[in-house]
Design a binder for this molecule. Sequence first.
Ligand code: HEM
Ligand SMILES: *[C@@H]1O[C@H](CO)[C@@H](O)[C@H](O)[C@H]1NC(C)=O
Ligand SMILES: *[C@@H]1O[C@H](CO)[C@@H](O)[C@H](O)[C@H]1NC(C)=O
Ligand SMILES: *[C@@H]1O[C@H](CO)[C@@H](O)[C@H](O)[C@H]1NC(C)=O
Length: 335
Amino acid sequence: MERRRRGLCTAVTVAVAAAVALIAAMPSRGEAAYMSPDYYKATCPNLESTVRWEVARKINETVVTIPAVLRLFFHDCLVQGCDASALIASPNDDAEKDAPDNMSLAGDGFDTVNRVKAAVEEKCPGVVSCADILAVAARDVVSLSSGPKWAVELGRLDGLVSKASDVDGKLPGPDMHVKQLAAVFQKNGLSTHDLVALSGAHTVGFAHCTRFTNRLYNHSSDEATDPSMDRNYATQLMEACPRNVGPTIAVNMDPVSPITFDNIYYANLVGGLGLFTSDQVLYTDKASRAIVKEFAANQTAFFDAFVSSMVKLGRLGVKKGKDGEVRRDCTKFNH
Ligand code: HEM
Ligand SMILES: *[C@@H]1O[C@H](CO)[C@@H](O)[C@H](O)[C@H]1NC(C)=O
Ligand SMILES: *[C@@H]1O[C@H](CO)[C@@H](O)[C@H](O)[C@H]1NC(C)=O
Ligand SMILES: *[C@@H]1O[C@H](CO)[C@@H](O)[C@H](O)[C@H]1NC(C)=O
C-alpha cells in the first residue's frame, strides 16, 4: 500500500550512483556491544546486496523513497528504540504509526521495508529482523543519493510493543528551539553535535506547509514573517503555501538540492533558508552555530559526523533475547 504525497510534482530522476568512501564502523560498546556488521554473514550472506537492489529499484519508481525511509528510521529509533515498532499496522488504530505525527511518515518508507523484507525472506527465511532491514535501508537511501556509505551494525530484534501513546513527547517538533531540541536528543544520549549532524537529513525530502506556515503568517515577533528567514525564500514559500493551504501540500525542505544528500542544508541555514524554526535556530543560536558553519564549509566533516551519529542513533533501545523476535511480516507481531 502506498500513500503518496499529493500536490507534489517530482519529475526527477535520481542519480543512483556514487558509492562514497566506505567508512569503517565505530567499535561497539554498551548495550549494543554484541551488534556487528557481520551478524548475518553466515546466515544471510547476500543480505546487503539484496537490500541495496530492492531499495534502488524502489527509488527508481519514486524518489520519495529516500526521505521516507530515512525519516522512518529516525522515528523508529526515538520511540521504543530501533526495533521496527513504528512498522506495526494496527487494526484498532492505536499503534505507533497511528499517533498524530504519523501523517507525516510517508507510506513509501513502510512500503520499502515490506518489499525488502519479502525479498530477504525468499533468500533467508526467518533470519533477518525488520529493525535491521530498516537500518540497512536507511544507510542505502543515503548512499544512493550521493551521501556517505558506512558499515551498519546489525543484530537488532523486532520489538513486541507498538503503542500510539508511546510517541507522545518522544519526537522533536518543528517549532522547537535549540534548548528543547538538545533536551530531546540528550534523553537519547545524543549530543548537540549529533543534533546538528542528524538534522542534515533535511537535505532531502518534503515538508507539509502546515508544519511551518506559522513562520510566514503569524510569527510571534512584531513581524508577521520570521525575521530569521530570507525575504525571497519567504515570498516563494508564501506562493507555494498560501494562507489556509490544504493539509496535503508539501514543499522541498532543501530548496537548492532537494534529492541529493549533501551539505547544502547547512549553507542554506547560513543564508536564512532553513525551513523549520528547528532548522534555522541551529544557526541563529550560538550554541550550535559553529557546527553549522563547519558543516557548511566542509562536506567531509558533515559526512563523517553524520555517519557516527547514525551509528549512535542505530544503537538506541536495541532489543535482544526475550525482549524481541524476528518478525515474519514487518507489519505484524508473530503472535
Ligand atoms: C532535529 C529535530 C527534527 C525535527 C523537529 C524534525 C521535524 C520534521 C518535520 C516536521 C518534517 C516534515 C514532515 C512532513 O510535513 O511531512 C520532517 C521531515 C523529515 N525529517 Fe525530520 N525532524 C528532525 C530531525 C530529523 C532527523 C534526525 C532525521 C533523520 C536522521 C530526519 C529526517 C527527515 C526527513 C528525511 C524528512 C523528509 C520526509 C519526507 O519527505 O517524507 N529528521 N522532519
Ligand atoms: C534503475 O533505473 C536505471 C535507469 O532506468 C536502470 O539502469 C537500473 O538498472 C535501475 N535499477 C534498478 C535496481 O532497478
Ligand atoms: C494517522 O492516525 C490517524 C489517527 O490518529 C488515522 O486516522 C490516520 O488514518 C493515520 N494516517 C496514516 C497516514 O496512517
Ligand atoms: C574537513 O573535515 C575533515 C574531516 O573532519 C578534515 O579531515 C579536513 O581537514 C577538513 N578540511 C578542511 C579544509 O578543513
